[in-house]
Design a protein around this ligand. Sequence first.
Ligand SMILES: [Zn+2]
Length: 262
Amino acid sequence: MRTLPLILLTVGLTLAADEHPAPAPKAKTTAKVASAPPAHAAAPTEAGPATPKAALAELSAGNDRFVAGKRTRTLDTGHDAAMRAALVKGQAPFAVVITCSDSRVPDALLFDQEAGRLFTIREAGNAPDLQGLASAEYAVEHLGSKVIVVMGHTSCGAVKAVREANGKPLPGNLWALQAGMTGLLESTPQDPNEDAAAHIAHLETANARRQAQTLLDRSPLLRDLAAAEKLSVVPALYNLASGKVQFFKAVAVAVSAPEAHH
Ligand SMILES: [Zn+2]
């Protein structure tokens, strides 16, 4: 029963080359069939969800397992060598996670996804710079990721610092955090009825939403895929205390092509 038929790596299979011409060499991500299946029942070579909806559902289900203390995929520590052996052949992460560098946001654990399943980009304040954007494009275009989750978190020091600086440049290179959140404070002023903590919480959510929108605004590649419903970009907020990820509505993309409506 442990000799599973083997499952192939679906690397690179998901995007038709003629739809999205890929300028970069694809050699390293070309699909390969694992010829010698590792003899175990874990799923390091299991194909990920094939649609944005299914990908988001899997992240949500994984987070539910984490919150309930019932992780499954990240508890299988007895097969690490087999997992590495399978993954060395290629990767097909079904989701991109753009989140803060905060050490209390354990991306793989909180979605209960083992190596090879998530393509994670981490920068303080989950405000991806150009390199972060390029990383997201690479994952989606070359590795076939179906969903990008832009995830802020509660008690975010980066958001708090930007709020407290209130436009005054932070020291060193920290000004880049402020640049990454340009317009956040103006878009989300403190309500007279909310205290500082409530305002920060408000900003954390607003920042995740704005960063998700900015991602699509800055990337025609991601925008086209989202418009074709091959990709979802979803803002989210991770609660440090409960472990729960709150997913917000996916960023809407205006479909410009009139022939999209038959
Ligand atoms: Zn943070």
